[in-house]
Design a protein around this ligand. Structure first.
Ligand SMILES: Cc1ncc(COP(=O)(O)O)c(C=O)c1O
Length: 373
């Protein structure tokens, strides 16, 4: 059996989630906006899921805006906050996902002053630099991720909130990778807007949410429908929403057990990696997600190593799934000041609830074989 070690790219859908979705494909097929009984049955499914997703992040159900996933939620946060507003500054972390970086850069082409937030060698915000940046003039928004998809480094986003608010702006937190892996709340993250994606926590793909605190002044990206308080028009993807809802509920219920299980695998992996002299682990000294280890094996290109591991039956990533295939060193590692020659060797292992200690043992054996080549 091949070992799937790429859960930060996506997770398998939990069988309990599939069971919860199926009736909504076969049964209550009404449009949630319809007033008749078919519509009301569909609406009940949507609203139950809204409460389940809200509970995952300690939000109010009415603060949840459904989107097609993390990419759309990030775009909605950044563009929705900026549309129609005086073009001031927006700031984003230098290690953000492309869905934040490229949304920000597109606003830059539209006249906004876009600045990166510098990171330390551990992948953490350079707080003195960020404090100065916030004190330099008014800011419409700052975007920082709670946990990095490549390194797993966990960011103290709450520390950014008073700085951003002091500059007159809102704080957006991309919690796509943190959700289901860390205890998460709007209060603890300091977020005014927070991004979630279902397929990273054993839910279906193509559904996510932007959590928007009351009072945040956001414009829609999509026009033509009154759904989601006019912030995201379009008939709701009912089965996916129901699946996301249950996936969020299970993630909350099982958080501790899941974290403990992947943490044990991560410790086993990293103990083995430390015995291979040619290995560098990235973000090793920072707090990281319990399931994520990104490392390089000296003398190897990350993508070549990925393909060799794939042939041996191990599915890993050579960085963020979106950047894979580009052949460029990861922007996350470059922002941490890693030498591009070392960064090019990066491979990411991200565990999930189906992985076993046997898989880690045989993965380490395979890697030891490559280290000798
Ligand atoms: C940190 C982060 N943000 C956003 C996304 C995009 O999410 P989605 O695939 O749901 O569009 C990802 C996906 O890899 C991610 O890791």
């Amino acid at each position: 059996m091949p070992a799937y070690l790429d859960h930060n790219a996506t997770t398998p859908v939990d069988p309990r989630v599939i069971d919860a979705m199926l009736p909504y494909l076969k049964g209550p097929y009404g449009n949630p906006s319809s007033l008749h009984r078919f519509g009301r049955a569909a609406r009940d499914g949507v609203e139950r899921a809204r409460a389940q997703v809200a509970a995952l992040v300690g939000a109010q159900p009415q603060e949840i805006i459904w989107t097609s996933g993390g990419t759309e939620a990030n775009n909605l946060a950044l563009k929705g906050l900026c549309t129609g507003k005086p073009r001031t500054r927006l700031l984003y972390g230098a290690t953000e996902h492309p869905a934040v970086m490229e949304a920000a850069e597109s606003l830059g082409r539209d006249g906004w002053v876009v600045e990166r937030i510098a990171m330390t060698a551990d992948g953490l915000v350079d707080w003195p630099a960020f404090t100065t940046q916030c004190a330099t003039g008014s800011v419409r928004l700052a975007s920082l991720m709670r946990a990095n998809n490549e390194t797993g480094v966990v960011q103290d986003t709450a520390r950014a909130a008073p700085l951003v608010h002091g500059a007159g702006g809102w704080l957006h937190v991309d919690a796509t990778q943190a959700a289901g892996k860390l205890s998460l709340s709007m209060t603890d993250t300091g977020a005014d807007l927070l991004t979630l994606s279902s397929h990273k926590l054993y839910g279906p793909k193509g559904i996510g949410a932007l959590v928007v605190k009351a009072g945040v002044d956001l414009a829609p990206l999509l026009h033509g429908g009154a759904q989601e308080r006019g912030l995201r028009g379009g008939t709701e993807n009912l089965p996916a929403i129901v699946g996301f809802g249950l996936a969020a509920e299970l993630a909350l219920l099982e958080l501790e057990a899941r974290s403990a299980q992947v943490h044990a695998l991560q410790q086993q992996l990293e103990a083995g990696l430390r015995n291979i002299p040619a290995v560098t682990i990235f973000g090793a000294d920072a707090q990281r997600l319990a399931n994520t280890t990104q490392f390089a094996l000296s003398g190897w290109d990350g993508e070549a190593l990925l393909m060799h591991l794939d042939r041996k039956g191990f599915a890993v990533s050579s960085g963020s799934a979106c950047a894979s295939g580009s052949g460029e060193p990861s922007h996350v590692l470059l922002a941490m000041g890693i030498d591009p020659a070392i960064a090019k060797g990066a491979v990411r292992v991200s565990f999930g609830k189906g992985n076993t200690t046997d898989e880690v043992r045989s993965f380490l054996e395979a890697l030891q074989g490559f280290a000798k080549q």
